[in-house]
Design a protein around this ligand. Structure first.
Ligand SMILES: NC(=O)c1ccc[n+]([C@@H]2O[C@H](COP(=O)([O-])OP(=O)(O)OC[C@H]3O[C@@H](n4cnc5c(N)ncnc54)[C@H](O)[C@@H]3O)[C@@H](O)[C@H]2O)c1
Length: 306
C-alpha cells in the first residue's frame, strides 16, 4: 500500500534545519500540509531567527506543497498550544506531530550546571508533554492521530557527557509507553525515531571520525531517516509503541525487553548469596520479549486485536 498523507496536516518542530527539515520536506512530498516550527537558535539553544523555518516553507511551496512557518519555542507551554492552534486555524485539523526540536549542552555530570540540566530537559522532554497535551484533544475528537518523538541512543544506550540529553531522550520511551495506551482507543499511535544523521548537531562527532564531509552528507544525510518518519506519521502505519533506529544504510528497532528470569517459591526466602549465584540466569536475555504494557506481551496484545 502506498504511503500517503493527502489532505492531512503535520506539525514538525525544529524543522528549519537538519533532520526536521528532511521530515517536513518528505511529509509534504507525500501530500501533507506542514506546520514548520523552528525558533532558529544555536545548537546550545541561544538566539532565535525565523529565517530557517520560513526557508523550509518556501522550499515546500516551490515544490507545489502547502506549509506555514512558526517560530515558537517548544519548551514553552503556550507556544506549543499556539502551534496546534495554527494548524486548526489554517487547515482545520492536525493529524501528525513530530517532536523533533533539540539542543545540546554536553558536559560530564560533575560539571553540568543546574541550568544546563533544566534547559535540555525542558527543550526535549517538556516539549513532548506540551505538544501531546495540546494535540490530544484534537486527536481524540478526530479519533485519529500520529505522534513521532525524536529519541536518541545517547539515552537508550548511553554516551559520555550527555546526562541531561540522555535522560530526556530515554524518558520519551516512558512517555510513549503510557501515551500509546491512553491513545489506543482513539486510533492515536505513538512511536519513536532514534536517528543518526550528519547535521550541525553531529558535525563535531562525525567530523572527528575522519570521514570526508561531502561523503558524510551522502551516506548519512537526514533524508535517509525521513522515510521512516513519514511512514510512522501515515495512516498506513497501524503500529504503536515502537522505537525505530534509523541512519544512512540502516533501519532497525530498539526495544525495552523483559526476560524470563528465575522463579522461586517466596515461602523460601533467598538471600544475596543465592542472588549472586543465580545472576547469570536472572539476567539471561535468551527468549526475552518486548512487553506492550506491564500486563501483557506485545505479541498477546496484537493477537487479541485480530
Ligand atoms: N543528528 C543526529 O544524529 C541525531 C541523533 C540522535 C537524535 N537526534 C535528535 O534529532 C533531532 C534533530 O536534530 P538535528 O541533528 O537535526 O539538529 P539541528 O541542530 O540540525 O536541528 C535542530 C533544530 O531544532 C531547533 N530548535 C532547538 N530548540 C528549539 C526550541 N526550543 N523551539 C523550537 N525549535 C528549536 C533548532 O533551531 C534547529 O533548527 C533532535 O531532537 C536531536 O536530539 C539527532
Amino acid at each position: 500500500m502506498a504511503v500517503r498523507l493527502d489532505g492531512q496536516v503535520a506539525l514538525v518542530t525544529g524543522a528549519g534545519r537538519g533532520l526536521g527539515r528532511a521530515y517536513a520536506l518528505d511529509l509534504a512530498k507525500h501530500g501533507a500540509k506542514v506546520i514548520v516550527n523552528d525558533f532558529g537558535g544555536s545548537v546550545s539553544g541561544e538566539g532565535n531567527d525565523e529565517t530557517p523555518a520560513q526557508q523550509v516553507v518556501n522550499e515546500i511551496k516551490a515544490a507545489g506543497g502547502e506549509a506555514v512557518a512558526n517560530a515558537g519555542d517548544v519548551g514553552n507551554y503556550e507556544d506549543c498550544f499556539n502551534m496546534v492552534k495554527l494548524a486548526m486555524d489554517t487547515w482545520g485539523r492536525l493529524d501528525a506531530l513530530v517532536a523533533n526540536a533539540g539542543i545540546l549542552r554536553d558536559l560530564a555530570l560533575h560539571n553540568m550546571s543546574e541550568n544546563d540540566w533544566d534547559l535540555v530537559i525542558r527543550v526535549h522532554l517538556k516539549q513532548c508533554y506540551n505538544l501531546l497535551h495540546h494535540a490530544w484533544p484534537v486527536f481524540r475528537q478526530q479519533a485519529y492521530g500520529r505522534v513521532v518523538m525524536a529519541t536518541s541512543t545517547s539515552g537508550l544506550i548511553g554516551n559520555f557527557g550527555q546526562a541531561n540529553y540522555g535522560a530526556a531522550k530515554a524518558a520519551m520511551y516512558g512517555l510513549m509507553n503510557v501515551a500509546k495506551i491512553e491513545g489506543e482507543k482513539y486510533n492515536i499511535n505513538v512511536n519513536l525515531i532514534s536517528p543518526g544523521a550528519a547535521t550541525r548537531m553531529t558535525d563535531n562527532l562525525m567530523g572527528a571520525q575522519g570521514q570526508d564531509a561531502a561523503e558524510r552528507q551522502v551516506v548519512m544525510g537526514p533524508e535517509h531517516v525521513a522515510p521512516a518518519v513519514t511512514y510512522l506519521c501515515s495512516p498506513q502505519c497501524v503500529e504503536s509503541g515502537v522505537c525505530i533506529d534509523a541512519a544512512g544504510g540502516h533501519y532497525g528497532r530498539i526495544a525495552i525487553v523483559r526476560n524470563a528470569g528465575v522463579n522461586y517459591d517466596p515461602h523460601e526466602h533467598k538471600d544475596a548469596d543465592w542472588f549472586e549465584s543465580n545472576w547469570a540466569k536472572i539476567t539471561d536475555l535468551t527468549g526475552a520479549t518486548a512487553p506492550w504494557s506491564f500486563r501483557e506481551t506485545r505479541e498477546a496484545h496484537y493477537a487479541a486485536k485480530q
